[in-house]
Design a binder for this molecule. Structure first.
Ligand SMILES: C[C@H](O)[C@H](O)[C@H]1CNC2=NC(N)=NC(=O)C2=N1
Length: 108
């Protein structure tokens, strides 16, 4: 069995729509129109176990965050490049999925 992927166009969201979805993932913020999350994990191995899941999911969905990391600190930033770097539905969908992964790992 294998997956056949279909390409779906991202949909830019209004501030009201973004805020409604943000209520479900309160650790995420929109800073200068960028959906952002900062996390500190317990150690380097945990950080990269998390980032590998982020990378695989991003690759699977064809949508990629800016990842800034130093040792056990991670900053994820999401916007949709193809929509002039606005926050779109896929940014929020990915953030919600990443948040599931955050909860799998011990934090500092
Ligand atoms: C061809 C490729 O699928 C597109 O360039 C994807 C890649 N990853 C992406 N990631 C983000 N954040 N925004 C995009 O518009 C985007 N486009």
């Amino acid at each position: 069995m294998y997956n056949k992927l279909t390409k779906v166009a991202p949909i830019a969201l209004s501030a009201a729509e973004i805020n409604k979805k943000l209520a479900e993932i309160p650790s995420w913020l929109v800073v200068n129109n960028v959906l952002t999350r900062d996390i500190r994990f317990k150690d380097y191995e945990t950080t990269w176990a998390f980032l590998n899941q982020v990378a695989m999911r991003s690759h699977l969905w064809g949508h990629h965050p800016t990842i800034t990391t130093t040792y056990s600190q991670v900053k994820l930033e999401l916007t949709t490049h193809s929509l002039e770097n606005k926050v779109s539905d896929i940014d929020l969908k990915l953030a919600k999925r990443y948040e599931r992964y955050v909860n799998l790992y011990e934090k500092n």
